[in-house]
Write a protein that binds this ligand. Structure first.
Ligand code: RB5
Length: 171
């Protein structure tokens, strides 16, 4: 499978570990960053990771930040993405089987690495069940998005970053 992965600066080492883990299992990984521990902004990496999934460049995605909340919420803003923030294998199985979740998200400061690996195994290994009910609910969820034209727009955060540099934002 082709897996798109992204994180913020809090959990870069976990992302790097997961890349090795996925590659050792024969997957191809698209690493969207961030690549170091320099303070950055999780919406950027949530979007980059989600864009690859939404465009079909990747089959599935993985996003990680401290709690998983910020980056999964950001990824979920991208059209066609259903990112599930999970902390146990059963929730991951449900998300894939019923909602055809295409991104699994983690709080790297919340979960142990062994559990994250187990959840990834289950998420990648679970098949979506294409029932009438599941299709209908997914259609409804998808219809809530509406940011046409944002996918693969690499300049999307330019204005935000300029403001950040000018000290307009704080985390
Ligand atoms: C750091 O920016 C921290 O807020 C982030 O990693 C995450 O925990 C947010 O959900």
């Amino acid at each position: 499978m082709i897996i798109s992965i992204g994180c913020d600066h809090i959990v870069t080492e976990i992302k790097n570990h997961l890349i090795d883990y996925l590659e050792s299992k024969g997957h191809k990984v698209i690493d969207n960053g961030t690549y170091d521990k320099i303070r950055t902004h999780y919406p950027i990496y949530g979007k980059k990771t989600a864009d690859k999934v939404a465009s079909g460049e990747a089959d599935l995605g993985i996003t990680i930040c401290g709690t998983g909340v910020g980056i999964s919420t950001s990824a979920n803003k991208v059209d066609g993405v259903r990112a599930a923030l999970v902390g146990d294998v059963e929730t991951a199985r449900y998300a894939k089987e019923n909602l055809n979740a295409n991104i699994v998200a983690f709080g790297g400061r919340i979960l142990g690495i062994g559990l994250i690996e187990n959840i990834i195994d289950v998420f990648l290994g679970t098949e979506y069940k294409s029932t009438k009910e599941n299709e209908k609910i997914i259609q409804k969820i998808n219809s809530l998005n509406g940011h046409v034209g944002q996918v693969n727009d690499d300049d999307y955060f330019d204005e935000f970053l300029k403001k950040w540099d000018c000290g307009e934002y704080h985390d």
